[in-house]
Each structure stands twice: as C-alpha cells, then as structure tokens.
Design a protein. Structure first.
Length: 185
C-alpha cells in the first residue's frame, strides 16, 4: 500500500514536471531589451552603378528619351561662350567642345563638329532631317544640318540645352555611365 502511494506520488510528480516542461517550450521566448528583430539587408544598387543613367526631370526626359524639342531661345546654353565641354545629361558622355560652338542665331546651341565618335546620326522620323543621338546611351540630342555656310565645316549640330550638361574647363566630367542604349534591339 505504501509502495502504491509512493508510486502514485512519483507519477504525479512526473506528470506535473512534464507539463511544466511543455509549458516552458510553448511559451514565447522572452524579448531581450534592446535587441531588435533582424531586418532585410539593404537592397543592392542604392548607389549609382553601371546601367543606371542619371535621373532626368520630366522636361529632360521628354527631349532625351521621347525626342522632344526645347523651345527656341530659352535653353540655358544657347548663348554661353565659356570654355569647356558639353556632356550628355543622361550618361555623362562628352559630346562637344566649346571651341566648336558658334553663334547661329537659330535659338539653340550650335556646334560645327562633335567629339570624335560621340554622336550618332539617323534619318529622322520625319524622313527629311538627320537626327543626332548620343552614341553611348542613344539619348536624343537634336538635328544636324549640312551646307548652310555658317562655318568652314559647313555643319550645324542644333542641340537641345536640356540634352547636355556643361562642364567648365578644369571641372571634372563624371565617368560615362554604360547601360542599355535607347532604341537598341
Ligand atoms: Zn548619353
């Protein structure tokens, strides 16, 4: 009898102990003060890298990407005569040196030559004019006209100010961004 009682007490003790273990396992782990739950690692590509062109304003995008034209005589570079380099506003590729800029009175910045290899020519969608594009990113620059007699080179690159960014002589031009070219198949 005494043995039975001892066994019963022992069994109850085991059951209670087992219950408390189970309870301990199912309870949520106590939160440690000051320890924050892990967060997702920051997304890669938050800093500028290959393939990500400069952010454009709506007006710049309308010109460079959708081949728009800036109104005549309002562009910020139409009349500047400072020495320096004009680079593509979308990808930083140098396009024109200031010593090829001339006064055409047409209302847009005019150049009689491009930096070698910087500009691509294409028959315009109007079927008459020759469109000029940045040879690196495919951004629309304007049109080129031949035979008007403005300069000895007899060439006028008529370029939207919004397609370019001017870097005064001595100011470093940011590295050209290499990415998917507009219009490339
Ligand atoms: Zn470009």
């Amino acid at each position: 009898m005494k043995t039975m009682l001892t066994m019963t007490v022992a069994m109850i003790a085991i059951v209670v102990a087992a219950g408390s273990v189970t309870a301990a396992q199912t309870k949520p782990a106590p939160k440690k003060p000051g320890v924050k739950p892990p967060v997702a690692a920051p997304r890669k590509g938050t800093k500028p890298m290959s393939g990500e062109y400069n952010k454009l304003t709506q007006d710049e995008e309308r010109i460079l990407v959708y081949k728009g034209t800036e109104r005549a005589f309002v562009g910020e570079y139409t009349n500047i005569k400072d020495a320096g380099t004009f680079a593509c506003r979308r990808c930083n590729a140098p396009l024109y040196h200031s010593d090829t800029k001339f006064e055409s009175h047409c209302g847009w910045p005019s150049f009689d030559d491009e930096i070698a290899g910087a500009v691509e020519r294409k028959l315009d969608i109007d079927g008459f004019r020759t469109e000029i594009l940045c040879n690196n990113c495919g951004g629309h620059l304007g049109h080129v006209f031949i035979g008007e007699g403005f300069t000895k080179k007899n060439t006028r690159h008529c370029v939207n100010s919004l397609s370019m960014k001017f870097y005064k002589k001595g100011v470093e031009i940011p590295a050209t961004i290499k990415g998917a070219k507009l219009g490339a198949k």
